[in-house]
Design a binder for this molecule. Structure first.
Ligand code: THU
Length: 130
């Protein structure tokens, strides 16, 4: 299955009774496998999790740690951008040049990269004191 269809399908399973804004995310790992996630909200609002975070958790649970492509889709007027926290989470597992496709249900797509979404990202190198 391609990334777009995987993200669309998993979006249907999102649990978003508070925002009524369902999001689906699909990642491809370096071994070619697909990993999907959707947002899971909670009545204690800050406990909700984003679609991207769910897809990353699925990838890690499946034994992969390297993102090579990302697709995020929602029923938004413009292609949906990942929140700040998800940008940092994506940067943990994907190189700066990894392609990210942001999409809506109406067929609009915007191509970007993990590096463009989070320029100047904090990384492990910033903790090197040697
Ligand atoms: N949301 C995501 O899952 N991913 C994004 O990239 C943007 C926002 C979710 C969080 C919350 O459940 C809902 O969308 C509204 O913010």
């Amino acid at each position: 299955m391609d990334l777009r269809n995987a993200a669309r399908q998993v979006r249907d399973n999102a649990y978003a009774p508070y925002s009524n804004f369902k999001v689906g995310a699909a990642l491809r790992s370096g071994d070619g496998r697909l990993h999907v996630g959707c947002n899971v909200e909670n009545v204690a609002y800050p406990e909700g999790t984003c679609a991207e975070a769910g897809a990353i958790a699925a990838m890690i649970a499946a034994g992969a740690q390297d993102i090579v492509a990302v697709y995020v889709i929602a029923d938004s007027p413009d292609p949906v951008p990942p929140c700040g926290g998800c940008r940092q989470k994506l940067a943990e597992f994907g190189a700066q040049d990894v392609p990210v496709t942001l999409a809506n249900l109406h067929g609009a797509e915007r191509e970007t990269t993990i590096g463009s979404l989070l320029p100047g990202a904090f990384g492990a190198g910033h903790m090197d004191r040697s």
